[in-house]
Structures are given as structure tokens and as C-alpha cells.
Design a protein around this ligand. Structure first.
Ligand code: FAD
Length: 321
């Protein structure tokens, strides 16, 4: 029987997220003779499955259950354990996202299978498999040799090219039944926070706010700049600690990893834990009053000065070029 690589499809606002397409690219590099299975969990996923049929996977497996309608740790973990038992794959692959980070350690411990997390690249060399991933907040890249046939993998978002549709063929779709005990804790609802802005991971322009914004007035200025130039607001831990914005907007080691075309860092010093989440941006502009701020070492354009003077001037220039 062929080995199997299973990708857990992830959703964002009910649309398949780009990380899943990035997982397909990673799976293709690991594939060898193995079969690639895209696993879609949730409720009423058949339409999604049909839309995804033209991607480069061998099979789509649907696991539908009312308790899986939205992501929640316990039901998802139980369902994945059941899928693991039934399909017996060699590799289970998903994004190093909130979902991947929440359930992969649990499954790894439960099944006693190694987990390689936040992987940036894979390489076969004379049939030996090597993985790389950032360690020590991105200061070093670790290269690991995988010496077990079975393992879990989470991939670093935006480090892999999203797979494209292959229009010439449709893969098969099949359903798998799982039993989930109704007594486990389940999610009954989600309340969207008002402050949440556009999806940061897919934003083309991000304006970053750091502790230098000082207060709510400074944060309003950042929002105004983002609105003026059609961007989305992301923040540093420093800004979160000011209490003016939500931690879900944080970029960096313990926040989100982004790769916009343009990142404008305003009043952000450039700590390594922040940089690890933003240095995949194509162009970085930094505004900081300290000419020695480390953010300038990674910036393509450095603006030394007070953000409360520079941002209004930038917006004026934008409106009247
Ligand atoms: P600061 O370092 O205080 O920098 C503020 C900057 O604003 C300074 O450079 C200053 O010169 C400038 N400034 C001040 N006033 C103005 C003005 N008027 N105009 C222009 N510039 C001005 N941080 C993250 O961001 N994301 C993470 O995911 C993250 N994870 C972490 C995980 C761990 C385990 C640890 C230990 C830390 C983590 N941190 C993270 C925190 C990180 O180390 C830094 O403390 C944080 O990034 C600093 O935020 P900041 O640059 O906004 O603030």
C-alpha cells in the first residue's frame, strides 16, 4: 500500500486559507511515491471539496460532523485521532498557525510521533530527508535530519508558494466517518471583536504600530495612515502592552507571520521577536526617532524622526502628490 501524506485543510472566515495551498506545495516536495490527501473537516464541506478538486492532490477526504463546524481543540483533536487510525498515514501536515500550534503538540504526545514545527524548507539528499526551521527567535536556522518514517509537520506561513490549480484533472472525493463524544467541551459561538481589521496574513500593505505611538491618539494616527494608503494595521508587543490594541494584531514570534508587499514600521524598535514575523515583507519602511534603532538594519527606507510629524506629512503627500 502507498504511503499517505495528509494535509489538514484550514479555513479563514469560511474560505479555505492560503496556508492550505502552501501545505500542498510542501507535500509535493515530500511526496516521493506517497499519495497526497487533503482532509476537510467541518459541516457541509462538499461544495468546498468540489472547488478544491483541481488542486494537485490525489484525494480529498471529507470528515463532516456538527461538532466540527468551527475549529475547537477537543473535537478536532478527537476527529484527527480517528482519521489517523483509519488512514494510517506516514505524514500529517498543516500550517504553523493558531490551529496547527494548538493541536499538533497534543497529537504528537498522544500518538508518540515526532513533531517538526515551523518548517521553512525540506530537502532530500541521497534519500536522506532534511528540514530547516528558525530557532532562537529566528537568529539561527536549524537543519534537522528526519530519521523516522512517520512524523507530523507544521510549516511556516508565507515561506512556501501557494499551489496553483491544475485544470486538466479532478481528484476523487470520499467521506470518512468519525465518532466524537458529545460530552467533550465544544465551541458554541464566536464573537467578532470590533477592533479586528482585515486578514493580516493576506494583506498587501501593513502599517505596523509600536510602543512609539504612545497612546490611543497615536494608534488612531496609524489607522488613519493605513486607511489612506489602503493598508491593514499590525502591531508590536510594545503597542499591545500600551493597551490600545488587540493582541490578535501582533506580528512576530508569538504573533502572526506576514509577507506583505509593503510594511511600514512606525515607532517599532526592531526586536528580533518582532522581526521574525515581518522580514518576509518585500519592502520595509521604518519610521523611528532613534537613528540607531535596530529596525533600520532590515529597513529598505529609513525615516529618522517623530512619527507624529512624519505620518501627517506622508498622508498629505499621498493626498496631494
Ligand atoms: P520598544 O522596543 O519600546 O520600541 C519603541 C520604539 O519607538 C523605539 O525604538 C523608539 O525610539 C521609538 N519611538 C518612540 N517614540 C517615537 C516617536 N514619537 N516617533 C518615532 N519613533 C518613536 N514582540 C513583538 O512585537 N512580537 C512578538 O511576537 C513578540 N514575541 C515575544 C516573545 C518572547 C518570548 C519575548 C521574550 C518577547 C517577545 N516580544 C515580541 C517582545 C519584543 O522583545 C519587544 O519587547 C517588542 O517587540 C518591543 O516592541 P516595540 O518595538 O513596539 O517597543
Amino acid at each position: 500500500m502507498k504511503d499517505k501524506i495528509i494535509i489538514l485543510g484550514e479555513y479563514q472566515q469560511d474560505k479555505i486559507s492560503s496556508i492550505t495551498l502552501e501545505c500542498i506545495s510542501a507535500a509535493k516536495q515530500l511526496q516521493g511515491e506517497a499519495e497526497i490527501i487533503l482532509l476537510l473537516m467541518g459541516e457541509d464541506r462538499k461544495k468546498d471539496a468540489c472547488e478544491l478538486q483541481q488542486y494537485d492532490v490525489d484525494q480529498i477526504v471529507l470528515v463532516e460532523h456538527p461538532l466540527l463546524s468551527r475549529f475547537s481543540n477537543e473535537p478536532y483533536a478527537k476527529a484527527l485521532l480517528s482519521v489517523w487510525d483509519q488512514l494510517n498515514p506516514a505524514i500529517l501536515l498543516w500550517g504553523h498557525t493558531d490551529i496547527g500550534k494548538a493541536i499538533s503538540p497534543y497529537l504528537s504526545e498522544k500518538l508518540d510521533i515526532p513533531l517538526y514545527s515551523n518548517v521553512e524548507s525540506v530537502e532530500y539528499n541521497e534519500k536522506r530527508l532534511f528540514l530547516t526551521r528558525p530557532v532562537y527567535s529566528g537568529k539561527l536556522i536549524e537543519k534537522i535530519e528526519v530519521n523516522t518514517p512517520t512524523f507530523f509537520l507544521t510549516i511556516k506561513p508565507k515561506k512556501w508558494k501557494a499551489s496553483q490549480k491544475k485544470l486538466e484533472r479532478n481528484c476523487t472525493i470520499r467521506s470518512l466517518k468519525v465518532k466524537i463524544d458529545k460530552s467533550i467541551p465544544t465551541l458554541i459561538g464566536l464573537e467578532q471583536k470590533k477592533q479586528q481589521t482585515l486578514n493580516l496574513e493576506d494583506a498587501k500593505i501593513i502599517v505596523g504600530a509600536g510602543r512609539g505611538i504612545q497612546n490611543e491618539e497615536g494608534f488612531a494616527l496609524i489607522n488613519q495612515l493605513a486607511k489612506t494608503i489602503g493598508g491593514t494595521v499590525g502591531v508590536s508587543r510594545g503597542a499591545v502592552e500600551l493597551g490600545v490594541c488587540d493582541a490578535s494584531m501582533q506580528l512576530g514570534q508569538t504573533g502572526k507571520t506576514v509577507a506583505p508587499d509593503l510594511y511600514i514600521a512606525c515607532g517599532i524598535s526592531g526586536a528580533i521577536q518582532h522581526l521574525v514575523g515581518v522580514t518576509s515583507a518585500k519592502t520595509i519602511i521604518a519610521i523611528n526617532k532613534d537613528p540607531h534603532a535596530p529596525i533600520f538594519e532590515v529597513a529598505d527606507y529609513a525615516i529618522v524622526g517623530d512619527l507624529f510629524e512624519i505620518i501627517p506629512a506622508l498622508m498629505k503627500e499621498w493626498d496631494n502628490p
